[in-house]
Design a protein around this ligand. Sequence first.
Ligand SMILES: [Zn+2]
Length: 245
Amino acid sequence: MDQSNSNQKLRAQVAAATRIMVMEDLIDYSGHVSVRVPGRDAFIIQSGIQPRSDVTADSLLMVGFDGKVIEGNARPPVEIPIHIEIYKARPDVQAVVHSHMELAIMFTMMENVQLKPMRARAIRWRSGIPMDDDPSHIKTTEQGMKLAKALGPHNACLMRAHGSVLVAESVPALLVDAVHFDENARAQMTVLQAGREPKALTDAELEMIDKHEMREFHVDKLWRFYTQKAIRQGAVEEHSDLFFD
Ligand SMILES: [Zn+2]
């Protein structure tokens, strides 16, 4: 696949993932999904102003690590340093979502409670779910670097009283992680609301889950499930670029 076709596929995936996350209440009027452009210090992301439910492959911007727009005619989101600094700090990361998932954020506002892996799919956050203590919007390079540092080698980071970032190896994987991150926060919150002590997965249990993990298959299955659901509900247009090769 040549580079322009490949970028078109990435654009289609970002647009679909964004719309699906809106449909599933994983992002709202703010928040953004991005994907790294292979071989360049750049990534694809929506503009700041466009409603998340309206994002299309063609409306997305390509933005460089200097924050300048390379392709497109709109202003990137003001919180663009989130994406820039994470891509710079984490060469392994191909896709990033910043969102304001309501349940997950609650865990930055409770004393003596930490969001932990509760459900089996939370194996993804086995190494920990750190928090950046800056409660303001991430508008500067310094703030972005601080957030990337808080994220460290992990796959999720909460942002005090504000939101979260998730990172993954692809856009479909990122969508799957967003679904499970929300489910996991809901599980822990439900236990707390029942007035009980949350019983997070132990290291031994996580080890067992890890042994049987089939991430590629699972990502493929859920990506198909959510894209088909969105197509049937009219939130996403059917397009061959949406599926794996
Ligand atoms: Zn935000």
